[in-house]
Design a binder for this molecule. Structure first.
Ligand SMILES: *[C@@H]1O[C@H](CO)[C@@H](O)[C@H](O)[C@H]1NC(C)=O
Ligand SMILES: *[C@@H]1O[C@H](CO)[C@@H](O)[C@H](O)[C@H]1NC(C)=O
Length: 738
């Protein structure tokens, strides 16, 4: 029946060509029970290989939808069946007294009850799945592990982006590409494609959206951003939403654990001790332990951003900490107390939390009886502890394995015999410690989210700490636009940021500085093109994002000053020149080369935390950047400028740096300083942005629709797929993973 239906479906899909695509992944055939994801996916790939782009898109989207429906059905059915009286576990097994129980169950009868309850629950689940997913229920939609992994890696989006591209749906193509790239930031081909998409005139920045990431990550980031700006009141609803979202994702992850058992390799089963050799109870125990292990892993899965390798450390407790602090800031003490009590459920000995609790209680005055930890957190912890207890039991007695994802598990819960071994393992957990320096590859994965950017040298290669050279931040064309901007501004006699001084650092060079606000003003008055001024703003934000991702992923950085600086050698004044273009200095402290100390006090800009230099050209002589020892003499590393190269480093005494003399030509760079302190964010940046937006609106009113494409025939993202099909007619792999 299905076999007949599918070609029909294909035909139907082929019929309406230019039908408008709904945004995102809306349902293809509302109301109809989903088909099996693996069959849809296979059909989608076949259509893709045949170059039938529209059906390929429809089938791939349907495969994604069906996969999602399967997960949702499992979650909902699991919840509703657990609540059904006949299918619930007998209370005696849960250690709770039965509410209106008659005589105590006799020895042995619990066994009957347990198994009967299991049968009833299975019946309930089967029926529920059939109702939700059509005849055959979950069994019909069963997906093999390899495919589940492919979906987890978001492979369908790789095909989708290409198919959308062929259909000239650039917005959706960019969204699909972005969605794939978020989960695969090391995918070089996609990085290049993303860069191409960005250059296409039909693609808007907002096209690069993630079609899959659970929304709580976005809310979480917004709340951090707001907290960074001291906006506790605005942050609070988002903090709460992020926490709820995390808990919800935890539930659906846990529900997935109750899906069909993973087909494990024979070795793994051996290792787990409860292999298939056992009888009924061994088999039940074996399966149960695997479900528990899977559920516990959900803590990490929930705390790990798509495409990242490590979870955010201590995700839930840290969210609760932010919540109680924010509530206290806005003066909601009862909420602050509930949240800090919840932190104490995880860490009963946490001094900071205990102190905060005392303080809140004192502020509140008379004790409030009703105040306790949050119920959702209480439930979460009780359930988790129950599972851990069983897992440790199985570990000790059945030889199964268990990697506890939580640092807060009370030691008393762990069997004596296991503690020593676990302590050793615990020391190996990467996220309990500061990320090692130099940062491991996985860490800067996130940085690559800015496609086309490569890490050229890390701290180790630069012989220091907290230094990096990244390439590919600007295209040659972008460098050209910014160079032109600085030239036009200088030509108009505009100089800003140096208080009018022409040669602030050396008499042998002429300096031209341009701030973002000045650039915007010049653009507004028509002295320079607005394209350059806009790019200046955009690029500075690009650098900020990257610097934050690389050095400060958990704490927002703000731009505190942005300065486009060109230095030109003054002809005839270069003979026997001994001085530097820029003497050795540190950015946020006053360096004392004699003692090697660096005083973080005025006149230094003490609030600068990270510095960035983005180079625009290399057609000049001299002008390399160099780092020194704190004695300001011994050079430890040097970097040659070139278009699109960013040198980023922490602004303290660990990074004294200077610039060799520029002896011929003109060297241009964008200097950027970042700060953790929101009160030092660059106000001029916002002013410049507003100014440019105003003039843009005016322009739009004048021009109306007259927007010839700058890029009439964009290169397709990749020609690799065309005609690729092996002889057996199997669909090609989407991309070689590099
Ligand atoms: C504290 O927050 C809770 C929940 O957001 C709210 O219901 C309550 O009115 C707040 N209390 C105060 C004193 O603001
Ligand atoms: C780091 O030090 C080594 C040895 O002194 C040197 O060869 C290398 O060039 C330095 N790295 C940079 C980027 O200058």
């Amino acid at each position: 029946m299905l076999r007949l239906l599918r070609p029909l479906l294909l035909l139907l899909l082929l019929l309406p060509p230019g039908s408008p695509e709904p945004p995102g992944l809306a349902q293809l055939s509302p109301g109809a029970p989903p088909q099996a994801p693996d069959l849809l996916y296979a059909d989608g790939l076949r259509a893709y290989a045949a170059g039938a782009w529209a059906p390929a898109v429809a089938l791939l989207r349907e495969a994604l939808r069906s996969q999602a429906a399967l997960g949702r059905a499992r979650l909902d059915c699991g919840a509703s069946c657990a609540a059904e009286p006949g299918a619930a576990l007998p209370a005696v097994l849960l250690g709770a007294p039965e509410p209106d129980s008659g005589p105590e169950p006799t020895q042995g009868s619990w066994e009957q009850q347990l198994l009967r309850a299991a049968l009833r629950r299975a019946d309930c689940l089967t029926q529920c799945a059939a109702r939700r997913l059509g005849p055959g229920g979950a069994a019909r939609l069963r997906v093999v592990r390899a495919l589940r992994d492919a979906f987890r890696r978001r492979e369908p989006y790789n095909y989708l982006q290409r198919a959308y591209y062929q259909l000239k749906k650039l917005d959706l193509a960019a969204a699909a590409a972005h969605t794939f790239f978020v989960a695969n930031p090391m995918h070089l081909q996609m990085r290049e494609d993303m860069a191409k998409y960005r250059r296409m005139s039909g693609v808007q920045p907002q096209s690069f959206r993630d079609l899959e990431t659970p929304p709580h990550w976005a809310v979480y980031d917004t709340s951090l951003e707001l907290l960074g700006r001291q906006e506790a009141g605005l942050a609070l609803p988002r903090l709460e939403e992020a926490l709820q979202g995390s808990l919800a994702q935890m539930e659906s992850c846990r529900a997935d654990c109750e899906g069909p058992e993973e087909q494990q390799g024979a070795e793994e089963e051996e290792e787990d001790g409860a292999g298939s050799q056992g009888g009924l109870y061994e088999a039940i125990a074996g399966h149960w332990v695997r479900v528990l292990q899977c559920r516990q892993r959900c803590v990490e899965e929930t705390a790990t951003r798509p495409g990242r390798s490590f979870p955010v450390p201590d995700f839930l407790p840290s969210q609760l900490r932010r919540l109680h602090e924010a509530h206290a800031q806005v003066g909601n003490l009862s909420q602050a107390i509930e949240n800090v009590l919840s932190v104490l459920l995880f860490y009963p000995e946490d001094e900071a939390a205990k102190g905060a609790l005392n303080q809140y209680q004192a502020q509140l005055g008379e004790p409030r009886p009703g105040l306790g930890p949050r119920e959702d957190i209480q439930r979460f912890i009780l359930r988790s502890l129950g599972e851990k207890r069983q897992l440790y039991y199985a570990m000790e007695h059945l030889g199964t394995s268990f990697k506890d994802p939580d640092p807060w598990t009370p030691e008393a819960l762990i069997p004596e015999a296991l503690r020593e071994k676990l302590r050793e393992d615990q020391e190996k957990r990467p996220w309990d410690h500061e990320p090692p320096k130099p940062k491991p590859l996985t860490y800067w994965k996130d940085v690559l989210l800015l496609e086309g950017v490569t890490l050229t040298q890390d701290s180790r290669q630069l012989n220091g700490s907290e230094r990096a050279v990244l390439d590919g931040l600007l295209t040659p064309a972008e460098c050209g636009v910014l160079l032109q901007l600085s030239k036009d501004a200088a030509g108009a006699g505009a100089r800003s940021g140096y208080r009018g001084r022409r040669s602030p650092h050396t008499p042998h060079e002429r300096f031209e500085g341009l701030t973002v606000l000045k650039a915007a003003q010049l653009a507004r008055s028509g002295t320079v093109g607005s394209q350059g001024a806009k790019l200046l703003l955009e690029v500075s934000e690009r650098v900020r994002t990257l610097t934050q991702a690389y050095f400060s992923p958990e704490r927002p950085l703000h731009l505190s000053f942005t300065h486009l600086v060109c230095r030109s050698a003054i002809e005839g004044e270069q003979e026997q020149r001994m001085d530097l273009s820029h003497p050795v200095h540190a950015d946020n402290c006053v360096l004392d080369p004699d003692t090697g100390e660096c005083w973080r006090e005025p006149p230094a800009y003490t609030y600068r935390d990270y510095s960035g230099l983005l180079y625009l050209n290399d057609d000049f002589q001299g002008g390399d950047l160099f780092f020194t020892e704190p004695n300001a003499l011994t050079v430890t590393a040097r970097v040659r400028p070139r278009c699109g190269r960013l040198v980023a480093f922490s602004s303290g005494g660990e990074n004294p740096h200077g610039v060799w003399a520029v002896t011929r030509g003109r060297r241009c760079a964008l200097a950027l300083w970042h700060t953790w302190a929101p009160e030092h964010r660059e106000q001029e940046w916002l002013e410049a942005k507003e100014l440019l937006q105003e003039s843009e609106e005016e322009e739009e009113e004048e021009e109306e629709e007259e927007m010839p494409s700058k890029d009439p025939s964009p290169e397709p993202p990749s020609r690799r797929h065309q005609g690729v099909r092996d002889k057996a007619g199997k669909p090609p792999r989407a991309r070689e993973e590099l």
